[in-house]
Design a protein around this ligand. Sequence first.
Ligand code: FAD
Length: 528
Amino acid sequence: MKTNSPAGTKTLTTKVLIIGGGVTGTGVMRDLALRNISSILIDQHDLNSGASGSNHGLLHSGGRYAAKDRDTAIECRVEGEILKRVASNCIDPCGGMFVAVDGDDLDFASQFPDHCQAAGISCTPLSPSQAMEREPSLTKKIVAAYEVADATIDPFRLTLESVNHAMELTDSFYMPHTRVEAFEIGDGEIRAALCRDGRSGEQIRIEAEEVVNAAGAWAMRVARLAGCNNVNLLYSKGTLIISNSRMSSGVINRLRPPGDGDILVPGGTVSLLGTTSATIENPDRITPTVDEVDRILAEGTDMVPSLADARFIRAFAGVRPLLMASGHGGDGREASRGFALFDHKEQNLRNFATVTGGKLTTFRLMAERVGDLIAKRLGSSAPCKTAVVPLPSGPAICWTEPGFSARDWYARQDPTDRILCECEMVSESSIDSIINEAPGSEADMSVKAISLRSRVGKGSCQGAFCSIRVTSYLYDKGIYSSEAGLAHLRDFVKERFKGVRPVLWGAHVAQMELAEALHCDLMGLDLK
Ligand SMILES: Cc1cc2nc3c(=O)[nH]c(=O)nc-3n(C[C@H](O)[C@H](O)[C@H](O)COP(=O)(O)OP(=O)(O)OC[C@H]3O[C@@H](n4cnc5c(N)ncnc54)[C@H](O)[C@@H]3O)c2cc1C
């Protein structure tokens, strides 16, 4: 890669430019690196700022799609089995079950084993008492239950490990806050992507032999920047809520056609309940609403009654990029969860491809298909290796695991290593390790960037104390100067509050009043 600055614009050159730092884009980066092909990965914000950072983290057994979408069910089963072998450091093989409760459609429930069998999904019937023995929080009104091989996967760790491995293997690198705004096109190819650094406003030209659009829900817009109008997506907003403790040992799915509040997924020390599905016009700046939270909770409580008394610390929303089949009526629940790879040579652009749709569970396969296409175009016969080469654990990527920093701190027993986030026990030394070793440069390490690479802000106080402490620490280290840290602190706290607002009841109200006093009165932050 080389850098020069004609007329004040920085120009970078690379073999492959990948647009989008979610699981798909980072998966493509690693797939190519394992074929010895280097790349630059860019994201308009940071890793996982799209759907990859706002999902359940459920590694689907395929059971959820068995009745309606057998191809996706099979893809999920096969990919789930592969990922459990090669990415075990990111996976909790907690198992799962599907349960129908009193009032659910018994025909749908009774056909479940046949649908699973047709998709090769292992599914074992459980009596209501066996189901309750495994998950004591389940309702007593169970009418059918089946055990399946669901698991959970940490998407934050997955993307960080993928980028880290790609950078170890090749001279690939990652640029956050870099948004593609236009393409220079000539002679049937993209000559350069014209990007802007969202922090400095600087323009950056990236020349690449191949360009991959892995921009998730934004892939349609990015394709249109290159004049390709054949990528048609439906935006499906989904909202989830997080409890401050783990409510089940495995995944609990409602055995009925997919609806609101029918999946409860453990995420280490917490649980995630969701999700809604609403078709929206614009994937930017989406916010979870009180109405959505009420709906999810009402449905979830039918399955797990103790959810009614649980303490919820946050709601969040993401946008699923769903492929719009021609003539489709526009219902997010009905649309396929399959993915598509668009080879834009059909639109007379021989070095451009778009990959979108799909699932977190199927990201590896999506990346493999892109890798095969790009390798072929570059004249490489190197095969895909991501199904056989284990994803190694890089330095400073352990901090996204719930409970890890607490175990680490107690094991080291170092009283000089001060705790900055008490809910999740994140210490100064873990912040140092992230700043020095995690993907992203020291200059990129705002309080928000650190929270994406650790558990900072994710506990019961939702950043009330740790946001101030981490910001102060970044000032002490010289990473922040002048007003920059305060501006980042305000943005971080505002973002956290957006998720707290719809779950404000009970004990959480007192917690947030304290947070308001700290941020608005003591620190003088204007959070409007
Ligand atoms: C509520 C919800 C729950 C879900 N639950 C599950 C689940 O439990 N299991 C499962 O398997 N799947 C689940 N999914 C689906 C899964 O999250 C997505 O399929 C997957 O994360 C998509 O990843 P991606 O990398 O393709 O897109 P994204 O993660 O959205 O990444 C796209 C990236 O492109 C960047 N970008 C956009 N425009 C530009 C630009 N102009 N320049 C530079 N960068 C740009 C964005 O900032 C973003 O980071 C869920 C989705 C939602 C919304």
